[in-house]
Design a protein around this ligand. Sequence first.
Ligand code: BES
Ligand code: MN
Ligand code: MN
Length: 456
Amino acid sequence: MQDLKKYIQDNKDRFLEELFDLIRIPSISSKEEHKEDMYKAAGWVKDSLLKKGADMAEVCETEGHPVVYGEKIIDPELPTVIIYGHYDVQPVEPLDLWKSQPFSPEVRDGKIFARGADDDKGQMFMHFAAFEYLVSTNQLPCNIKFMIEGEEEIGSPSLGKFLEDNRQKLAGDVILVSDTAMLGADTPSITTGLRGLSYCEVHVTGPNRDLHSGLYGGAVANPINILCDMISSLIDDKGRITVKGFYDDVETLSENEREEMARAPFDEQAYKKSIGVKELAGEQGFSTLERTGIRPSLDVNGIWGGYTKTGAKTVLPSEAHAKISMRLVPHQNSDKITKLFKDHFLSIAPDCVKVEVDFLHGGEGYVSPVDTPEYQAASKAYEKTYGINPVPYRSGGSIPIISMFEQILGIKSILMGFGLESDAIHSPNENYPLSQFIKGMETIPHFYKFFVELKK
Ligand code: BES
Ligand code: MN
Ligand code: MN
């Protein structure tokens, strides 16, 4: 593939223009008012796949946002690689913190700035470009299917059914995904683990209306004070989650495996500096990479109630609310943890308030073995581009559909992500360095080649 780098260089500007057209569609899956944009983005994905050489591509209805499916089958005897990506993005608030508009992509300092620049429009598009290259230069070594969804950022609620209904269509040997990060621009790595998730909303109700905090304060329980007490009791002074039974199924790694993990290059000083904190915090007895990679966590994502506008209002509020998420590790089951959490949270509620827990969404974690042809193919592909072996590492993030692929279709995934910690995904000023975009496009075609060789 000597012409690969030249092809990317020659077509880079056009690729960027194409990607920017997709980025300009504000496909925010969590907001009802963007429903039409979801169809626009799905249509764009379908058209792009056809332009780049797919035999067929279609927008498939689901119970939620549509899935785009496309394929190029060159020989049924050859292996089939399924490319997964998502065209939906996260909300953009707070808008005033963006240097340029989130849906007006712009290149500054060698980086694309926009919502979706990395997660996942930019990373997904690397696969479209690589596909175009392989088809147009007649070097495609296997069959390719694309499954691009629009519900990843809301937990893929309709995708289980979609997979069950489309087993035949989605038959394949491996799923290839670029929707994760590498340890650093010069530290190629392959994500071998994802965490699961259980996401709940809790409601605490006290008096039947907001009260005067002078007339009633001290005599009536304040739902916000109570909620804070309840939340702070969820993690003890050793950083352990206090929900009864929470750790029962947590996988324990052998000392060997932990030593292996500790070999991943990780600069804790730089990590702290990049997020502006003096000290890190977490479960005692575990390193930072262990805390995010192999240990579960519990976080309040948002908390509200009472008076929060400017100035002072003396009020004892009637209600308090919080969004609480738990990241889970292999063997913990999302439904089981949700039930444990709910039971625990209700059991610690004092009688002076009413407490309710709603489940929002969840998903299971994932572990990728390293002794498979697909992992070896990915490893060799990175080596080809970077000149060094990639490091396997477990990420703290979640992609719920990856475990569904395994459970429903029986197909393993390879997480070949090219994002960087500094890409600020989900945050204001999300960005994706052009150098990562190019490295990704250069690496992907090698995966196909090695995979087909190793499968023989
Ligand atoms: N692409 C991310 C997940 C990710 C990013 C994994 C970086 C590893 C490294 C994905 O789009 C995402 O944001 N997932 C959500 C899942 C949730 C909304 C169900 C997450 O992890 O919060
Ligand atoms: Mn993503
Ligand atoms: Mn995301």
